[in-house]
Ligand binder design. Structure first.
Ligand SMILES: Cc1cc2nc3c(=O)[nH]c(=O)nc-3n(C[C@H](O)[C@H](O)[C@H](O)COP(=O)(O)O)c2cc1C
Length: 175
């Protein structure tokens, strides 16, 4: 059945709207440019790929400064934002800005900048990367993780919001 809102000629706005129905968390990918400048980019394309070895992926816009810093140095960090960090999600999504201006820059391993008070930091070495459409798919081998308690920042339908999951019992995975 074709619903009134079906679109068959899928351009960027339709793709963005449809994928916006997939609720996600929000993270900032950080890296240091080859000239030493700290860069960061808000992302929601983060996916866990493998537990053993620990691999994740992010899809980064071709030509963005953070993308070049990640692929140029081979190191990056994923900073998973808490519900109290919407302002940082907005800051790191603004095109062409000095994203770290006025923020204290704390560095993790390999001088990669980290976002303070994030729910989790995952330090990664680039495993491989390739171009797909207008993005670069970057696989990271996770070298170190650090977590703290807190509520996650969510993103759905183009809006930030609450993503708290209040199921009665945590789900246990069976292999
Ligand atoms: C919630 C949210 C999620 C985003 N996810 C991604 C993403 O996964 N990949 C990406 O390339 N850009 C994503 N963006 C856009 C980038 O954050 C933005 O284009 C970038 O920070 C601009 O940085 P630049 O100045 O280095 O170009 C997202 C933006 C928002 C608000």
């Amino acid at each position: 059945m074709v619903s009134p809102s079906a679109v068959s000629d899928v351009g960027p706005p339709a793709m963005r709207r449809a994928m916006g129905r997939f609720a996600t968390g929000v993270a900032v990918v950080t890296a240091t440019g080859t000239d030493g400048t700290p860069h960061g980019m808000t992302v929601n394309s983060l996916t866990s790929v493998s537990l053993d070895p620990p691999l994740l992926l992010v899809c980064l816009t071709i030509g963005a400064r953070s993308t070049d810093a990640v692929t140029g140095t081979g190191r990056f960090a994923v900073n998973i934002l808490s519900a109290r960090q919407e302002h940082l999600a907005l800051r790191f999504a603004r095109r062409g800005e000095d994203h770290f201006a006025g923020l204290p820059v704390t560095t993790g391993s390999h001088a990669v900048p980290i976002v303070p008070d994030a729910l989790a930091h995952l330090d990664c070495a680039v495993e491989r990367h390739f171009t797909a459409g207008d993005h670069v798919v970057v696989f990271g081998h996770v070298r170190r993780v650090c977590e703290r308690d807190g509520e996650p920042l969510g993103f759905f339908g183009g809006r930030f919001g609450d993503l708290t999951c209040r199921g009665h019992e945590p789900v246990h995975w069976f292999c």
